[in-house]
Design a protein around this ligand. Structure first.
Ligand SMILES: Nc1ncnc2c1ncn2[C@@H]1O[C@H](COP(=O)(O)OP(=O)(O)O)[C@@H](O)[C@H]1O
Ligand SMILES: [Mg+2]
Length: 137
């Protein structure tokens, strides 16, 4: 377990994933990169100004979240990265970029219907990742 990527969207489920990743990183002295993706907004009826306002609000929120996570990292090596685009695609690209050995995700996120076994982002990651994926429940 060398290089760990944690996908964090601010949800309770991804917070569980982060805790588990920190636990593993502590045992194996693995470097951790926490990635948060600001999703592209495709609603065509959204005015450009509103779109920008929402993206700015989400970016601010993600920055605060990542700052807090870095402060909690203690003796671990933890980096954070905020990207924009399709969440699953960006996480998969980040994993290739950092040569991750494992991607850690929550089973659910902020927007999904809890009735599915796996959220849409985590299930796309499981399907397409080149490395192992740990879905934390
Ligand atoms: N925008 C995102 N940025 C980073 N990680 C994400 C993002 N969206 C989802 N994830 C990861 O995927 C997990 C499952 O979320 P998701 O598949 O989106 O479920 P749901 O469909 O319930 O929203 C989250 O706990 C998180 O680890
Ligand atoms: Mg989601």
């Amino acid at each position: 377990m060398k290089r760990i990527l944690v996908a964090h969207d601010g949800s309770k489920s991804s917070e569980k994933a982060l805790k588990k990743a920190f636990e593993i990183a502590g045992k194996f002295k693995s470097p951790v990169v926490v990635v948060s993706v600001i999703p592209d907004l495709y609603l065509t009826e959204l005015m450009e100004m509103d779109r920008r306002r929402i993206v700015n609000a989400l970016s601010e929120e993600a920055k605060k979240l990542m700052d807090k996570i870095r402060k909690r990292s203690g003796a671990l090596s933890v980096k954070t990265s905020i990207r924009q685009g399709d969440p699953a695609e960006e996480i998969l690209k980040a994993a290739v970029g950092m040569k991750a050995d494992v991607i850690v995700t929550g089973s659910h996120g902020r927007h999904g219907a809890g009735r599915f076994l796996l959220g849409s982002v985590s299930s796309k990651i499981v399907d397409h990742a080149e490395c192992s994926v740990l879905v934390v429940k």
